[in-house]
Design a protein around this ligand. Structure first.
Ligand SMILES: [Mg+2]
Length: 454
């Protein structure tokens, strides 16, 4: 296929200008040479890693994801492990955190219990995670991304969206080549590899980066989006988890192609707000912008009930379970919050929030819960609620959080008990092995799917 000329880039040095007369000729990912002919291998260096696509020089939205990140960092630091199966994990949680690609071929997967992983791959080298080291490497990778564009939106320690629109002049080459250059650089300078997805929107950039791991470079253009998506399972769509895919399956919908045949109003009638998302994403329509890193303002958790609740006693165990969830997330992120926020939504869909600022910041489920409970007591006046949420805002470092409470000896005891519960929970892989009296034996009446964490 030959496209009209849309872009010409005045490339530096002796390289010839990129003419999208022949976009399908592409360029070599190893030596970046533009291809003179549509051969399989690079006509300059002979590498098979030539990327070609009709829209190659028009696409600017990328998702970069480092390959088997923790394992890759360890292999970099211990070259003798390079050709051996490596599993990062074990420790208190007893599950696989990351497996290198050699271990993956043997059937090892993330989140697999360690004993199972070792059954599948007994000769694997198991290394305890060194989060400090990975965070430092993650920061290096992030800094390199930010040198390409200010529009970098991190999704985790080792992956991010990048919007490279308008950067071609600055770099003297189109986004596709900037990205290929980036992946060469992190291999050479940091010693790990990444996979890149290039598209016109976030959804498809993320799907693309997953297509050819490790060291992948996949492109999904506008022209092919509909057809590309049609054969894929609905679970490829962001936000379609186990619960929703089961519901869709009950309605006979397994592929994105099936969603493409259903009207928007019908999808919204069936699945509410999510129906709108299903409609647009199934058609490759995603106008979310790349949002550069911003500070988290609050951490909260909420749930919608199967049927509306009004009684204080019915709401107590739910509030407790949500408080524990918020607390776990605060502790995991190593932050604390100063203000407890209770959210309630009535059967009339009207929301209200109630806040209370604590004398000092907290990470403790018990403090979040007892404060939330005081706020809730005033709101249980017979009003029927369909949703309850609890969270904390005014976030900061946990250094001065939860000081030993000399006045309230009971609170101190409860804080110590909570520490013990946390330790047990961690030992048993995060499962609620210990329940407090608030939730024990109580059926916490929430719908399975719509738990939302913000
Ligand atoms: Mg990754």
């Amino acid at each position: 296929m030959t496209c009209a000329i849309v872009t010409t880039f005045p490339l530096c040095s002796s390289a010839m200008p990129i003419s999208s007369n022949y976009p399908e000729r592409g360029f070599c990912r190893d030596c970046l040479a533009l291809q003179k002919a549509a051969c399989k291998r690079c006509d300059a260096c002979g590498s098979p890693r030539v990327v070609r696509h009709a829209e190659l020089y028009e696409l600017n939205l990328a998702h970069i994801d480092c390959d088997a990140f923790y394992a890759a960092v360890e292999k970099r630091d211990r070259p003798e492990l390079r050709h051996r199966p490596v599993i990062i994990g074990g420790g208190k949680r007893g599950v696989v955190s990351t497996a290198c690609y050699i271990a993956r071929i043997r059937g090892v997967r993330s989140a697999m219990p360690m004993f199972k992983a070792l059954e599948a791959c007994p000769e694997a080298v198991v290394i305890k995670p060194d989060m400090e080291k990975y965070a430092a490497v993650g920061r290096q990778v992030r800094a390199m991304m930010q040198s390409l564009t200010p529009l970098v939106e991190p999704l985790s320690i080792d992956e991010a969206f990048l919007d490279l629109s308008g950067t071609a002049k600055l770099h003297g080459k189109p986004a596709a080549m900037v990205l290929a250059d980036f992946s060469r650089k992190i291999e050479a300078e940091i010693g790990i590899s990444a996979s890149i997805g290039l598209s016109y929107c976030k959804f498809l950039a993320k799907v693309a980066s997953d297509l050819a791991k490790p060291r992948g470079f996949s492109v999904i253009g506008k022209q092919e989006a509909l057809e590309f998506l049609a054969s894929k399972p609905v679970t490829v769509i962001w936000g379609v988890g186990k619960a929703l895919s089961a519901t869709l399956e009950q309605n006979g919908i397994r592929t994105i192609g099936q969603l493409q045949t259903i009207e928007r109003t019908e999808l919204m009638r069936r699945y509410g707000v999510m129906g709108d998302r299903l409609y647009h994403l199934s058609r490759g329509q995603d106008d979310r912008r790349v949002e550069p890193e911003h500070d988290v303002k609050s951490i909260s958790s909420e749930t919608t009930f199967d049927s509306d609740l009004a009684a204080f006693d019915d709401l107590i165990p739910i509030l407790r379970a949500l408080s524990e969830k918020v607390s776990r997330r605060l502790k995991a992120a190593d932050i604390a919050g100063h203000t407890v926020v209770l959210k309630l939504k009535g059967s009339d869909f009207k929301s209200k929030t109630r806040n209370r600022r604590l004398p000092d910041a907290t990470q403790l489920a018990d403090r979040i819960f007892t404060t939330g409970l005081e706020l809730l007591r005033k709101e249980t006046d017979g009003t029927r609620y369909r949703l309850i949420g609890i969270g904390v805002s005014d976030l900061g470092a946990p250094t001065t959080a939860d000081p030993p409470d000399l006045i309230d000896a009971q609170a101190r005891k409860r804080a110590l008990a909570e520490g013990a519960i946390d330790a047990l929970r961690e030992k048993f892989g995060g499962k609620p092995v210990v329940e407090t009296g608030y939730t024990f034996g109580r059926k916490v009446r929430t719908r399975p799917a719509p738990d939302q964490d913000n």
